[in-house]
Design a binder for this molecule. Structure first.
Ligand code: EPZ
Length: 422
């Protein structure tokens, strides 16, 4: 197992290009099951979750080939591999997002057997809304022996109103509806840019989806979808994480391939804290840190609100912002394991139910910490960048799931950061 070792207090400077979005790539790759013929998807990050998704698709009979320049070619053909409809426990346990093959399998192969993903360290993570949505389209679904077993003769368009916003639940219903007979309306659909990207991808492949980015999606079922060339959106969470790396080290960095319209909540909050952010056109923005940051209150919410996937990173920054900040986690109320690790670095954080109360201190101190999940890991790396002394971060395989060569890229910006085999 590798660990990351950081000598803190180095100012970051330079330019960095943001990779394609993991959470757009994963459902888009799964949606290729629906297409007849090859697709080439550009901007795929080189991370473990993409490898896991590729394995799941190969297991389902897909041809999946990654090229050096971050393009992935995926091919499924109508009528081939109809007897393959299982996403097994060995693969699903590695990555909860593998649940997003459920909708495409049900639509295309009329059967799906997907290992029940279970809870995870960030919270309960039920899938009741996925199941209700697919059942409304006509699927028979039962859970036996740890698997979701779904089958259908013919999916039929209907009106679905989600009882809560769910990103992957919306993706599953959307992918099930595009080839269903008739019209499906999805009320209270998730509007996250990654869901929008999936819808744009499907439309390019021949689907008829309207209302993209709004609360209500309308899907007119079509007979067939074809392979396409597509480029996925930049990763707004990677962009946000690197923006905070610039801010927390009082650095001066320029992000390229950052979509401003997806970053509004993050930019607004960073400015409120005291970070200077200057967009300079062409998806480029400059982040300039300064010496005095102030406490803010922050609440994670569905898009366009503050993403829960940025909560740990903001917490790291607020540890050194003067005054009392309150973070309220509205999406995953238990997603605070990183708070205990930040406390080991000297942070003053008290978790009270779905809220964390942070009192800013002048500096964090390097020590040994452990990563519990992907974004918690990002928060700890950011804390290590500003801490006095050496921070050793263990269990960094979580980071490899979602950030492409994070340590290397931060090192290029001037961080003293190394990856070491333990
Ligand atoms: C997606 O997970 C992301 N994953 C998560 O990113 C992200 O944190 C989350 O959306 C919220 O933005 C991918 O896109 C691969 P949800 P998802 O269903 O879709 C409740 C990362 O680090 N809910 O939108 O699984 C649920 O408990 C990961 O990249 C139900 O009650 O999340 C939560 O409170 C971590 N029933 C809320 O909805 C359901 O059936 C939102 O969860 C489904 C969800």
């Amino acid at each position: 197992m590798d660990k990351i070792v950081i000598e803190g207090e180095n100012r970051l400077e330079g330019r960095v290009r943001i990779n394609g979005a993991k959470n757009a790539a994963l459902p888009i790759m799964a949606a290729c099951i629906l297409l007849d013929g090859p697709s080439r998807i550009k901007g795929i990050p080189d991370i473990i979750d993409i490898q896991t998704q590729s394995e799941i698709l190969r297991n389902l009979g897909g041809g999946v080939k990654k090229t050096e320049d971050g393009t992935i070619e995926i091919i499924f053909r109508d009528g081939e591999n109809d007897d393959k409809f299982t996403a097994p426990y060995e693969l699903v346990r590695k990555m909860r997002a593998s649940i997003c093959v459920l909708g495409p399998l049900l639509s295309k192969r009329r059967r799906a057997k997907v290992s029940y993903p279970g809870g995870c360290v960030i919270g309960q993570r039920p899938i009741d809304l996925h199941i209700k949505g697919l059942a409304a389209l006509g699927a028979q679904i039962e859970t036996t022996e740890g698997y979701i077993n779904a089958s259908v003769d013919k999916l039929k368009g209907t009106h679905i109103s989600f009882a809560g916003k769910t990103v992957l639940g919306t993706c599953n219903v959307l992918t099930a509806a595009v080839l269903a007979e008739g019209i499906t309306t999805i009320e209270y659909a998730a509007c996250e840019p990654e869901v929008q990207d999936l819808a744009h991808f499907l439309n390019k492949a021949g689907a008829k989806i309207t209302g993209i980015g709004e609360n209500k999606l309308t899907v007119e079922g079509v007979q067939k979808l074809h392979g396409v060339d597509y480029e996925i959106i930049p990763d707004r969470i990677e962009a946000g994480t690197i923006m905070i790396a610039g801010a927390i080290t009082r650095g001066d960095i320029v992000l390229e391939n950052a979509r401003l319209e997806h970053l509004s909540a993050i930019i607004d909050k960073l400015r409120e804290i005291g970070v200077e952010i200057t967009p300079s056109g062409n998806n480029t923005l400059r982040v300039k840190g300064n010496g005095a940051y102030h406490a803010v209150d922050l609440m994670t919410l569905p898009y366009p609100g503050m993403p829960t996937d940025m909560q740990a990173q903001f917490m790291a920054l607020l540890c050194i912002a003067e005054g009392k900040s309150i973070i309220t986690e509205k999406i995953f109320p238990d997603r605070f394991i990183h708070a205990a690790e930040l406390r080991r670095m000297g942070a003053d954080i008290r978790v009270d139910g779905p809220s964390a109360i942070i009192r800013g201190i002048p500096f964090l101190s390097g020590t040994e910490v452990m990563v519990s999940d992907l974004r918690a890991g990002a928060g700890l790396v950011l804390a290590g960048l500003v801490a006095k002394g050496t921070t050793q971060i263990h269990r960094i395989y979580h980071l490899d799931r979602g950030y492409e060569r994070l340590a290397e890229r931060l090192s290029v910006l001037g961080a003293t950061i190394k990856r070491i085999s333990e």
